[in-house]
Design a protein around this ligand. Structure first.
Ligand code: PMT
Length: 392
């Protein structure tokens, strides 16, 4: 079985040492010229991105809240974790009707936040607005409507149904305790730009915490975006009907090909002018800036999501080599609820999985997974065979 504590000071297993030893994290070499050049590239990318893209309206407020929160816990010598959770969006229009989304319900992040709180961390929960939150997640996105957990009691009161009462009371007490002790700060984001601005601000604020800072990056972050200079103000039109809005007579049709088109015309043969072609730029990989500049002494754990089992470990190792942080937790979309792979510098890869007898198909699969990683479970050197997974 596996036992680890998210502690900087008590290595008790290979996994605990991942969290407890920052000495093997080598910063990018500043002695070689090519590395220096690459470093400058990252700085320029950062300067350009944060100059050219608009800061979220609530950045100042969030920074103030996070600063108060961090100072409060720093004074108590408490460890602080920034958990990022949920997917970032990429708007296609300034007044956004359409956007591209990244897959993530927020289960991993919200569940992990609960375990961090249980372990004594103060948690800043930077999450996609309306995705799962610690504690409320048990009810907010349940298969049933949350009202199905309740019934009307005496004198107009609202009472939890008998079968849910015990668990609900436990969750409510944990939630209230975290709130009363000021241990949980929740901050929402929607777009990739919101996310990056707030991530940078909080990571920089956490810097004075030194090794008492942990950054746990479970959010699903967009890799491509529409840069501001190419983003249209208004809703992208699917017909040219709006072109005639000030004319009483329709515009003459010069070319039959350019005739008013509609949404039923989806044949691949439609002319280019009638298709929506989305041209995206890459989002700079700010994990490098985070590791080297924003929070260089913090412990940094990133996640790697893939769908192809053949490339997952390679991509996780690549990420670790490139960014030189402490741990990459790899997961496959199809099996993410049952197993993950830990890839850490100088250590053999470890597949950590929910034991077979707890591997039933439930919505809380990830809860089992995070619990297993925190308290004990199967460890393997290879991923699960599909036949070993729950059906569906
Ligand atoms: O929320 P759930 O439904 O429970 O799902 C959980 C999860 C599958 C989303 C989660 O476990 C997970 O894998 N999260 C990371 C998904 C992801 O964005 O992977 P990626 O391979 O695109 O990015 C890997 C790392 O690069 C991330 O740490 C990210 O912060 C970083 N990155 C990504 C894009 C970018 N432009 N810059 C970055 O620095």
């Amino acid at each position: 079985s596996l036992s680890f504590n998210l502690s900087h000071s008590r290595p008790s297993s290979p996994v605990s040492s991942i969290f407890s030893d920052s000495s093997d994290r080598t910063m990018s070499s500043s002695s070689s010229k090519p590395e220096l050049t690459r470093q400058n590239t990252h700085e320029v990318a950062e300067r350009d991105y944060f100059t050219e893209n608009p800061a979220p309206a609530l950045l100042e407020k969030f920074t103030e809240q996070a600063s108060d929160f961090i100072n409060f816990h720093a004074a108590a010598g408490r460890r602080v974790v920034l958990v990022t959770s949920g997917g970032t969006t990429v708007p296609l229009e300034r007044q956004t009707v359409r956007f591209i989304d990244n897959f993530s319900a927020g289960t991993r992040g919200a569940t992990s936040a609960e375990y961090f709180l249980e372990t004594g961390y103060a948690v800043i929960f930077l999450h996609r607005q309306f995705s799962l939150l610690p504690y409320s997640r048990h009810y907010s996105h349940a298969t049933d409507c949350f009202l199905d957990f309740l019934h009307e009691g005496p004198n107009g009161s609202v009472v939890a149904n008998e079968e849910y009462r015990e668990k609900m009371l436990k969750v409510l007490r944990q939630y209230n305790s975290a709130k009363q002790k000021n241990l949980l700060l929740t901050l929402p984001f929607t777009t990739i730009t919101d996310y990056l601005f707030v991530l940078r601000a909080i990571a920089q604020l956490m810097r004075p915490l030194g090794p008492n800072a942990l950054l746990y990056l479970a959010a699903a972050v967009s890799d491509f975006f529409v840069p501001p200079e190419r983003m249209v103000e208004h809703k992208i039109q699917s017909t040219n009907a709006a072109d005639t809005k000030n004319d009483s007579t329709p515009a003459p049709i010069e070319n039959a090909e350019e005739e008013t088109f509609d949404n039923f015309d989806s044949s691949p043969a439609v002319p280019r002018s009638k298709r929506l072609i989305v041209d995206l730029d890459p989002v700079p990989k700010f994990l490098k800036n985070l590791v080297d500049g924003w929070a260089p002494e913090g412990m940094i754990v990133s996640f790697k999501l893939e769908t192809d089992p053949e490339i997952l470990v390679h991509k996780a190792q690549y990420s670790l080599d490139r960014y030189q942080h402490h741990l990459v937790i790899g997961n496959l979309l199809s099996t993410r609820k049952w197993e993950v792979v830990f890839v850490a510098p100088g250590q053999a890869d470890q597949w950590i999985r929910v034991p077979r007898n707890r591997r039933k198909k439930t919505i809380s699969g990830i809860e089992n997974m995070v619990g297993v990683a925190a308290s004990g479970g199967e460890i393997g050197e290879r991923p699960l065979d599909p036949s070993e997974l729950p059906e569906g």
